[in-house]
Design a protein around this ligand. Structure first.
Ligand SMILES: NC(=O)c1ncn([C@@H]2O[C@H](COP(=O)(O)O)[C@@H](O)[C@H]2O)c1NC=O
Length: 193
């Protein structure tokens, strides 16, 4: 099954995976702890505004994961002291779903003292507290739903990323993992071949 981009948010860890039919030649790079999705070095530039962005960024005491430019304002709201719920809701609503051929939703999560997952679709804005690993994706699985993806903050975030990359959804491209341990954030990633 193809579900596009997705986040998994748990109380003390999270993951983000790029799955893509249209732009498979991408990878994640670490820029001072912020993880960025962009084209591989040998890939020509494209004019799609939705395929290069920060997918992981620290904000406040927490860490944000997501599938587009909304990651930045969510992190900035957290820096200003907004609660995770409000940071997600305000940024997702402000930017809304993507104005592409699919009305692609924006998905995001905050992993911190209070962890939340969110999605803005053409028909809804959903922001929920998470008590167990929870997945939400751009296509098909576009309601936050518990997933069997055990982990905890002691795990290497790169290993969390690799496990997200290996999940049995089509067109895996690259993935990020994050952990949160009482205010300490760690991030990692896994790029496909
Ligand atoms: N975040 C991303 O990595 C991303 N990759 C592709 N998109 C959007 O989704 C559309 C469909 O892409 P695809 O066929 O790869 O699922 C693209 O035209 C683009 O507008 C993205 N936007 C949101 O998920």
């Amino acid at each position: 099954m193809y579900i596009g981009r997705f986040v998994i948010v748990a109380p003390d860890f999270g993951a983000y995976r790029v799955s893509s039919r249209s732009f498979p030649n991408r990878r994640i790079a670490d820029r001072d702890g912020t993880l960025t999705v962009g084209p591989t070095p040998d890939t020509p530039e494209n004019d799609n505004p939705y395929v290069s962005y920060n997918c992981v960024r620290e904000g406040g005491d927490a860490v944000v994961v997501g599938n587009g430019s909304h990651v930045d304002p969510i992190a900035e709201k957290l820096d200003l002291g907004y609660p995770a719920r409000d940071a997600l809701a305000t940024a997702l609503l402000a930017l809304d779903y993507e104005k592409d051929d699919y009305d692609t939703p924006r998905v995001a999560g905050v992993v911190g003292d209070d962890s939340y997952v969110g999605i803005v679709r053409r028909d809804a804005l959903v922001v929920e507290s998470v008590a167990e690993p929870t997945l939400v994706a751009t296509y098909e699985e576009d309601e936050p739903t518990p997933i069997d993806f055990a982990g905890d903050a002691s795990e290497d975030p790169a290993e969390i990323a690799r496990r997200a990359y290996d999940l049995d959804y089509e067109h895996a491209v690259c993935a990020a993992g994050v952990t949160y341990d009482g205010g300490d954030v760690a991030v990692g990633f896994h790029n496909g071949d």
